[in-house]
Each structure stands twice: as structure tokens, then as C-alpha cells.
Design a binder for this molecule. Structure first.
Ligand SMILES: [Zn+2]
Ligand SMILES: [Zn+2]
Length: 338
């Protein structure tokens, strides 16, 4: 069995050149990245199905002997190539989907370009923007944990959005929490939802490995860190030299951590309702080079919607055809292809 792509590069224009108006290439690309199945095992008889390209369908067609009789039965299991996948239920051609994603991942998104060049209605455009956003949000929610025994991780929280001068949090603001390894600069960033204290601790446990030396400010919500398997250092600006150095390094780290996000939140028109959506897309763009971003996007789409052919509804009896033993084995191809 072939395996999925472990890494490929293709810049924005090369991607368009390869896939624009080319459904065959787009489907092959989706298959290479695990969005579509490389093989399908029949859930009824565990036979490897065969694929019919013209119908985008997998067929079983295996023959099994009926015990104590001379008869055999053929399995008529079939399933759409797109079943359960990122493109399942799509009403637009595969090449339009991959080209849409390619444009969505670029920094210069333009509604009119996708509508005109791909011939999409507003509704379809919005649907696919949502589908794409879900993939990057899934990625954001499943970032690799950082730290480990003895590794120093600086953490910080910040409130983004407008009306910072007012008391408390307004509707247009969002808490963002993150951590960064002081040496490697590996990091994670996550929106922090209410209730802050509970969610904060679950984000720390999710994204920071046990044994990590966590350096934070004095925020009360961080006091629970030492109840877990971490070394917790609280920065102290007024302390001795060691403390001061630690505080300085901490400040530099967290500035780096939130730098790009801050820049983005200053932009007009970032509607609060879509903050997580924006944040996920922005971070995804930042963490991947422009020529590898499509690769990582489709790998994530495959993780989020893994092709699943193991489960199916109980098969209706009419799906099973009983044949006499004398039937030619070789005829099964034509039997299933009606
Ligand atoms: Zn690839
Ligand atoms: Zn079967």
C-alpha cells in the first residue's frame, strides 16, 4: 500500500498551474495527503476493494462460499471515495476545492477573486471559508506540547481587542494564553475562554509537558501550577541579579510570543466573533512556509476527517447476491460494474 506524502513544496502559482481545472490531479493530490483513501477494506468481508475512477467509488465484489452449500455469494459493498472526508458532500469540483484552499492560505485573501475565478456563489464561498477555518482551528486545538524535564518555558496571558482602557473585558476582547521554550523558541498559543482559572490549568496540562520549569508573572490563576508536576518560578523584577536576569529573559520571550498576534489585532476589521478563526489562520500561516503550507493544511484536514470505511449501516439483504458455484470467478468485475 502506498503511503501518504511526508512533505512537499509547491508555491502559490505552481499550485494553481498544477491543479486549476484539473480534477484528476487534484484528486491524486488529496489522496497523496490522506484526505482521500489510498485503499479501502470492505467492512463486510475484509477484502481490499477496487476503485472506479469514473464513478469516484470503491467496490468490493468479493465472492465467498456459503457454508454447507455449493453456492457462493458476491459482496456488493460500495462506498463513495469522498466518504467522511474533508470534501464529502462537496458541491463543487475537487480542483476548485484545492485552489480555494490555496488562496485561503495565502495572505492576500480576496472574495472577488475566488468568486470570479472559481465561479462560486457567495454561499459556497462562505461554506468553504468555514470548512477551511475549522481545519486550522482543529490544528490550533491540537498543537504539539512543549517543554519537558528541566526545559524552561515562559508563559503569559494577554487580553487582545479594542477598548482596553475600560474596566474588565468587553465583548470585543479575547484572552490569549501562550507558552514559549526559552531556548528553542518552540511555542503554542491558544484562546483562553471563561472561566479563566480552570481553563488556564487545563491548557497548561495539555500543552506543557511534565517536569518543565514554568516561568510566569504573579497572576493568581498561575498559583495552581505548583500543585502539578512542574517547577514553577514567579518572576520578581525587584529581586537580586538572578531574578532580574530571569525577569528580563521572560519579558523577551513573551514579547516574541505575542508579537505577531498583537500586530494582527491592531488591524481594523477583525471582528471579535471570528477571533479564534482569525487567530488560527494567522498562526497557521506563520508556522508554515508559503510553499509547504498546502501540504500541512491537507494533512491536518485528513487528521480531522480521516477516511473511515470500517463502519457502515447494517447492509440491506438486497445488497447480497447469491450465485451458483459454476459462475466464473473472473466475471466478478463485470458483475459489480453493471
Ligand atoms: Zn505533501
Ligand atoms: Zn465485501
Amino acid at each position: 500500500m502506498a503511503s501518504v506524502c511526508s512533505g512537499c513544496e509547491c508555491n502559490y502559482f505552481e499550485f494553481i498551474q498544477k491543479f486549476y481545472k484539473n480534477n484528476e490531479a487534484a484528486i491524486a493530490y488529496l489522496r497523496d495527503h490522506g484526505v482521500l483513501p489510498l485503499e479501502v477494506i470492505c467492512p463486510r468481508c475484509k477484502n481490499t476493494c477496487h476503485y472506479r475512477e469514473d464513478r469516484h467509488t470503491w467496490y468490493c465484489g468479493a465472492w465467498t462460499k456459503i457454508p454447507k452449500t455449493k453456492r457462493r455469494r458476491q459482496c456488493y459493498y460500495s462506498a463513495s471515495d469522498f466518504k467522511g472526508s474533508f470534501i464529502s458532500g462537496a458541491r463543487i469540483e475537487p480542483y476548485k476545492i484545492v485552489c480555494f484552499v490555496n488562496h485561503w492560505l495565502s495572505k492576500q485573501w480576496d472574495n472577488e477573486i475566488v468568486k470570479q475565478c472559481l465561479g462560486l456563489s457567495n454561499v459556497t464561498r462562505i461554506t468553504w471559508q468555514t470548512n477551511c477555518a475549522e481545519v486550522t482551528e482543529h490544528w490550533l486545538d491540537n498543537q504539539e506540547p512543549i517543554g519537558g524535564p528541566g526545559v524552561v518555558v515562559d508563559i503569559d496571558e494577554t487580553l487582545f481587542g479594542k477598548m482596553k482602557h475600560e474596566e474588565g473585558k468587553s465583548q470585543s476582547q479575547i484572552w490569549v494564553f501562550g507558552g514559549i521554550e526559552r531556548d528553542s523558541k518552540n511555542y503554542f498559543i491558544s484562546p483562553l475562554e471563561e472561566p479563566l482559572t480552570e481553563n488556564l490549568m487545563s491548557l497548561i496540562l495539555k500543552y506543557i509537558l511534565p517536569g518543565t520549569v514554568i516561568v510566569s508573572n504573579r497572576w493568581n490563576a498561575y498559583s495552581a501550577i505548583s500543585d502539578h508536576d512542574y517547577v514553577h518560578q514567579v518572576i520578581n523584577h525587584s529581586g537580586d541579579f538572578v531574578d532580574k536576569e530571569n525577569a528580563k529573559a521572560h519579558t523577551q520571550s513573551v514579547e516574541l510570543l505575542f508579537h505577531d498576534v498583537k500586530e494582527w489585532t491592531m488591524k481594523p476589521g477583525s471582528r471579535p466573533h471570528f477571533y479564534k478563526h482569525y487567530l488560527a489562520r494567522l498562526l497557521f500561516q506563520q508556522q508554515h512556509t508559503h510553499s509547504s503550507i498546502n501540504h500541512y493544511f491537507f494533512r491536518e484536514a485528513a487528521r480531522m476527517y480521516p477516511p473511515d470505511f470500517e463502519t457502515e449501516e447494517p447492509s440491506p439483504t438486497s445488497d447480497v447476491d447469491v450465485k451458483e458455484e459454476s459462475n466464473d470467478h473472473e466475471s466478478q468485475e463485470s458483475e459489480v460494474s453493471d
